[in-house]
Design a protein around this ligand. Sequence first.
Ligand code: ATP
Length: 306
Amino acid sequence: MEYVFFANALCKSYGKYKALNNLTLHVPKGAIYGLVGRNGAGKTTLIRILCGLQLPTSGEYTLYGVRSTNGDIAKARRRIGAVVETPSIYLDLSARANLKQQFDIIGMPSYEGIDELLELVGLSGCGKKRAKNFSLGMRQRLGIAIALAGNPDFLILDEPVNGLDPQGIIEVRELILKLNRERGITVLISSHILDELSRLATHYCFIDGGRAIREVSAEELEAACRKCLRVKVTSTATLASLLDSMSVEYEVVSDSEADIYGKVVLSQLSGELTKRGCELITATERDESLEGYFMNLVGSDKTRAK
Ligand code: ATP
């Protein structure tokens, strides 16, 4: 797999406090990569390091194949567009004037492309309205337009829907999806709202205490959170052979338990097991929510890093 960004054992200390503690993660090209963690987990610190706003205490990262210790890292960073913490916009200027400023700052040869950017983020109808009169969602979209000014192929968004109303959340979400699907932009989004991220992300990294606790694809996360029937039996071998013969999907999770994903009629299953000398002890429906998955991960095993 081709990685746009690869962090290897990154550490960032403030005195004795470790904001990042051997953090390792991989952002695949074309992904919408969700960085999930509670407040203070280290998400913004990682983003600031990636954007060159801070240096790691130790460890390194690779961006578009260029190692952070290489002098060409600043060139690789030109492929990044970022909105870190709050969007950097001039509140007294219109959306168009803000974009002109940004085009000047990054040395774009002309203002060509501004109309297209305004259209892309849904702000072309704003005319002379100053950014201070925008809704938070509009400001966030303007911030994204500014981040897109240099035509980046990697967009980094720190908590992009924080504080937005439901309509604003939908607009920002749709914009991110459009940028990823239509323009092939790889996106890294940090958030502590897993439910919102799950509408977008193709990959996740769960961060806690400055460590990457687990990296999973959306498919893996969905499978882990899927509805199933957890059964406890006297012989998982007998259960497995019965379910195989019924072509029902299952997973044996311990010496006496298995998760059944396909549809089964419990009384029938119990009857068939009894005929084979196996007893069904308990059956419980399980439906692990995303938040439950996250809490299990960070609550139970803080030291497991991948
Ligand atoms: P949030 O969503 O609250 O911003 P986060 O996951 O982005 O959380 P960070 O901002 O990366 O977390 O902060 C990680 C930890 O490092 C926090 O405990 C924070 O207080 C601490 N920290 C960040 N910057 C500094 C600093 N300049 N000096 C001391 N401690 C800092």
